[in-house]
Design a protein around this ligand. Sequence first.
Ligand code: 26Q
Length: 833
Amino acid sequence: MPEKRFTQSKPKPTITALPKLGMDKEALTFDFKRYYSHTLGRNEQCRSPHYAYEALSLAIRDRLMERWKETYNSYKDTDCRRAFYLSMEFLMGRSLSNAMLNIGVTDEGSRAMYDLGLEIEELIESEPDAGLGNGGLGRLAACFVDSCATLQLPVMGYGLRYEYGMFAQLIINGEQVEEPDHWLRNGNIWEIERPEYAQRVKFGGHTESHIDENGNTRVCWVDTHDVLAVPFDTPVPGYKNNTVNTLRLWKATATEEFDLQEFNAGDYADSVAAKNTAENITMVLYPNDANENGKELRLQQQYFLASASLQDILANWVGRHGTDFSGFAEKNCFQLNDTHPSIAVAELMRLLMDIYGMGWKEAWEITSSTMAYTNHTLLPEALEKWSVSLFQRLLPRLLEIIYEINAKFMAQVSAHWPGDLERMARMSIIEEGGEKQVRMAYLAIVGSFSVNGVAELHSTLLQHGLFNDFYQLWPEKFNNKTNGVTPRRWLAACNPELAELITENIGEGWLTDLSQLRKLAPLAEDAKFRKRWHEVQQAAKQRLVDFKKAELGVELNVDSLFDVQVKRIHEYKRQLLNVLHVIHLYDRIKRGDTANWTNRCVLIGGKAAPGYYMAKRIIKLINNVSNVVNSDPDIGDMLKLVFLPNYRVSAMEKICPGADLSEQISTAGKEASGTGNMKFMMNGAITIGTLDGANIEIREEVGEDNFFLFGLTESEVEEMRHHYDPVSMIEQDQDLKRVFKLLECGHFNQFEPGIFDDIINSMKSSHDPWMTIADFRSFIDAQRRVKLAYQDQERWTKMSILNCAYSGKFSTDRTISDYNREIWKLTPVSVDD
Ligand code: 26Q
């Protein structure tokens, strides 16, 4: 007799009804062993920490999964309004330690591993960074989703699952060499593939229009090459609140017809090659943090993200409400992380009209009341433009819609400023004259109900400079949302000793209400507390020293001032100004001008876009100066310069607790906000900085006595441009003159003649946009004040405590509360245990 099969009678919900998993050491140990042995098939003989990392991660993931499901159901049941964060980058870094912290099993998990003879640190270190971003903008997206989950807000992140993330940086002979980052090679425990929610994305083809049964014109986009978007979901846990939100990343794969068409044409090789074309779309992250103009694949990526995400959201809506979109705008909001996903404006119009049969007016009403745009740069050369001809070839239907949006917008401009043709030309989404271009920022502004900058100064400059025409037309759209960083990763997890000292003294409320760090301020006057603070900071410096000794073989002296600049290498960020200061100190030592000296380690790290020639030369200069300085026996411990290779999220987690001085020295008006500045401040480093980006607000919070200010203001920079004469400034400043003499005589490139000529010439040019020389004297003087402050360790420690104490504003919990109060207007949804 065959066995009887009960396939029909099983009531559905019991499939996933499971007893709740334990959060104690024993439960974690049991699950760890089961995964290690039965799932991964390893035993004691296996020496690699990778499998232990995987086993522990699987055990943690199970606990996330329970809460993820609950969160999903809570959102569904409450039918709440939601926001979607659309971003080409999510620089998540590592997940294990963050997940353990947020579900509250850091101690139990560490003890479980310890009792098994495993070092939790080693497991944590074996996780590769999810480096799906370039820098600030990508890491901001990651901090945002952390804070959204912590604030119990129904927000989902949408992005791309790049097969290759940000390249790994090697330094060979002082130069950057890029190595591909195949971060998925050993699998990714933290993602769940959901092929059942795959979406189809169109490219190419042409449009046809016809009259439908109701007499309305309908457009069909036909003869397209379609690509399948397959979602991979990553859980995003809130801090100890049972909320687990979703980050959904799309992977591009070939459709079945794609294979068949080519296959039937008879060429197997062509068919496989065609598959590659489709799958190339999410193959690699573009490693430039400024607009590399015109790359077709980049536009494909942008549209792929926008289209797949919007189709997903609309399919979900239709699944629950049918094709009645009357309540859609009340329930949904899209935040565009820069212009990169701004094609979403046109794509939502297309989907509502062409797929769901809506008229223009109704579709525009929905689109322009659900889209919100965040700008991250003022540099005009970084503003995205796409040639109309590329658009026509790749996304013909989208181009039609953009033209229509622009025609209606131009009519509005003309009504507001009758006869002002210049203004119309300035504001047009389509740039005329020469090759026609689509201005993506203008599309984003026209299509959004909110436009924000990322720090007060930046937002002001957007309103009065870059986007002034739009601000005059729609002042109510413009607002500021000063950036932040998540205090869970950037204080609690990366600096546990400091976190513990803080908690011992003011309780643990600061973890979700960072303004409570203010309670530390009075303790700056307590000598015993200062002593503890200093000890913890020295221990963090020692850990950094040990890491760098193991990684690079360099010996740093913990008693010297750790002076740190880590960020992308960019001329506007002025790593060169930092190098000029190092050369100046070197020159002073060589001249014997060392009375009252303070030993200093200058640490500089960051990646250059592979095609950015000047940035790569700056890296070479830093390394060459480093070689000369560090190998000179006259210099010894008085001065060290070290380039920190392969700067990334997990590197910053080790660097920021060990920094004394945070270098935030961009040309005023150029750094939109900066976020590294906030991480350093939170960990008690003191900033030397210009009045740029969020530095201004940092100084406001901590007070001028606890911040080393230097340099021209934004308006002074703009004024000086007209008569900027760096050559005579060099001539008139004896210190600067000697620094340039060393550079120009080839002191740092003895056997590499001429390699720094371009750098030298750029600084000496009266057209140098970054005006490095203009701020030299002021910078050197500020560094002298730094040194004097550091010599009084009691004073320095006070300043350090106060920097941490007044860093509360720079939590992304505050930033996200601001976004929510003023833009998203979501109601928090609590998730039951
Ligand atoms: C665009 C088109 C084609 C290829 C690449 C790009 C591209 C990619 C990344 C353009 C820009 C970026 C990243 C920009 C960025 O990170 N900006 C930084 O954003 C931070 C968060 O708001 C700010 O703190 C920084 O000041 C800002 O520089």
